[in-house]
Design a protein around this ligand. Structure first.
Ligand SMILES: [Zn+2]
Length: 196
């Protein structure tokens, strides 16, 4: 076999150098793009909070529910604790979502219970009230969970996307909230609220 010429080695060496240099230039940029982080939320989303406090809870109250928020915003560390419960720690498993996989971590979910009746309440009605206010429900096994994702999947929230703003379904809700007055069934008559 004829030995390759010196010229051949120079060409190969130049090509290798070129790709190493290009890699050194490109790789940090690719990493920057991948790691471009959005700040982690630290509290309940204000728009979601308004919808919960001026629509969901008052409308539910008009129908006889005394809702309290059992769990609202959860940091990643708090979600880890909840996730570990029943897994690493004693107790029953309370969440299937590891950190980052729950809308609680992005400030777009609340868990509710009734002050007097706990979880022994008419969930289908409460789910209808939630839907009226633009909120989705956790479904079978997670009825106390209400959230707003506005068409996004959880990975979108993780990537920093946020859903379009919610609006109150009826102007009187804002007026009652500003006046710290309860919302009545009479108030809701002209509001296309669910009827039971
Ligand atoms: Zn929840």
């Amino acid at each position: 076999m004829r030995p390759a010429s010196k010229k051949y080695y120079y060409v190969v060496a130049a090509a290798v150098l070129f790709f190493v240099a290009a890699g050194m230039f490109l790789i940090p940029r690719v990493i920057t793009v991948v790691q471009k982080s959005v700040p982690l939320p630290t509290a309940i989303d204000p728009n979601f909070s308004t919808q919960v406090n001026e629509c969901f809870i008052p409308v539910a109250a008009a129908y006889g529910y005394s809702l309290r928020i059992v769990s609202g915003f959860r940091s990643m560390a708090q979600q880890q604790q909840v996730y570990d419960q029943g897994r690493l720690e004693n107790g029953v498993v309370v969440s299937e979502a590891s950190p980052g996989h729950s809308l609680h971590n992005y400030g777009f979910a609340v868990d509710v219970a009734d002050i007097w009746r706990g979880y022994n309440i008419n969930w289908p009605r409460l789910i209808a009230i939630g839907a009226y206010c633009g909120l989705g429900n956790g479904g079978v096994g997670d009825y106390p969970h209400f959230e707003y994702r506005g068409g996004l999947v959880t990975a979108d929230f993780a990537a920093g996307k946020r859903p379009p703003l919610l609006t109150l379904p009826c102007a009187i809700m804002d007026a009652r909230a500003k006046a710290s007055k309860p919302l009545t069934l009479k108030d809701l008559q002209g509001c296309a609220a669910p009827k039971f």
